[in-house]
Structure formats: structure tokens, C-alpha cells
Design a protein around this ligand. Structure first.
Ligand code: SF4
Ligand code: SF4
Length: 153
């Protein structure tokens, strides 16, 4: 974005913007998080990391399921915070390749995964029509991409 200020994504600014000092350290977010349960991201550690200036959790392990958002007693919007941290990671060129591939596929074909012969076979078995990239849909996607500056570097 032309007017985007990377400082907005500093630990300090994010901590203020998301009112992280209101965290009660109750741990409910982490106890409810399916990713934490399977060795992934620990949302309470994300909050503590930003407050204490410790290394971050791997924000790309978040499933964006919003469970932590529902259970937080003080209303800290963890999924949105994690989305900001992902953005920070992406503009630093640190997004995992699997996400970069998905984004490229989305821009090219309108979906976040390549539709190869396996997809075609599965669709056929399920009685679904052949997958097509409608010109109109791709034009509309182009408008969304342009307006949201999805491709800005
Ligand atoms: S949104 Fe992310 S951090 Fe929150 S509960 Fe779901 S997986 Fe965990
Ligand atoms: S649920 Fe909310 S208050 Fe509790 S540890 Fe997580 S972020 Fe902090």
C-alpha cells in the first residue's frame, strides 16, 4: 500500500492496538486452541511474546478458526492479531512456500490450489462438472486483487 507504514506492525504498536496489556494470562486461548493441542501455535505465547519482546510463535501454524477469539474473557482479537503478524512475516519475505504457492495459484486460477488430474478425477467420480475458470469470475477477481492491493510488494 502506498500509504502503508511498516512501523504499524512493530511489536509495540500491535500491543497497543490490540490492548495486549489487558491479557489476564488465564491461558484459555491456548487451552482451547486446536493448533496448540497438536504442537502448533500457542496464542497466549503470541501475546506474551509481543509484550515481553521474545521471539514469536510460528504464526503460519494458526488455523484461523476463531476459537481463541470466542473464549478470551477480555476480548483480545487474536486471529486478527495473528493475521497482522502474518502480513509482517510476508512483507519480510518469510512466508512459507506453501502459502506463497497458494497465493500464486489464487492469482492465476482463482483458487488456492492447482487443479491437476487428481482433482479432475475426483470431480468426475463425484459427478461434478469439469472445473473451469470463468472469464467473468477472473475479471472480478482481478478487480478485488487490485482494490485490496493483494499483489503490492
Ligand atoms: S484462531 Fe489460531 S490461535 Fe486461535 S484457536 Fe484457532 S488455531 Fe488457535
Ligand atoms: S484468553 Fe485472552 S486473557 Fe486469557 S491468556 Fe488468552 S489472550 Fe490472555
Amino acid at each position: 500500500m502506498d500509504d502503508f507504514d511498516p512501523a504499524e506492525l512493530s511489536d509495540e504498536r500491535l500491543a497497543v492496538r490490540f490492548s495486549l496489556d489487558s491479557c489476564r494470562d488465564c491461558g484459555l486461548c491456548s487451552q482451547s486452541c486446536p493448533s496448540t493441542r497438536h504442537g502448533g501455535i500457542d496464542p497466549h505465547e503470541v501475546v506474551r511474546g509481543l509484550i515481553d519482546g521474545r521471539p514469536e510463535e510460528d504464526v503460519w501454524d494458526c488455523l484461523l478458526c476463531y476459537i481463541c477469539d470466542d473464549v478470551c474473557p477480555v476480548g483480545i482479537h487474536l486471529p486478527l492479531l495473528i493475521t497482522h503478524l502474518r502480513y509482517r512475516s510476508a512483507i519480510s519475505g518469510e512466508a512459507p512456500q506453501r502459502f506463497v504457492r497458494g497465493a500464486k495459484s489464487f492469482l492465476k486460477e482463482g483458487r488456492g490450489f492447482p487443479a491437476g488430474p487428481r482433482t479432475a478425477k475426483l470431480r468426475e467420480e463425484m459427478g461434478l462438472p469439469e472445473m473451469q475458470n470463468g472469464d467473468r469470475a477472473m475479471r472480478e477477481l482481478g478487480k478485488v486483487v487490485s482494490r485490496t492491493r493483494f499483489t503490492h510488494e
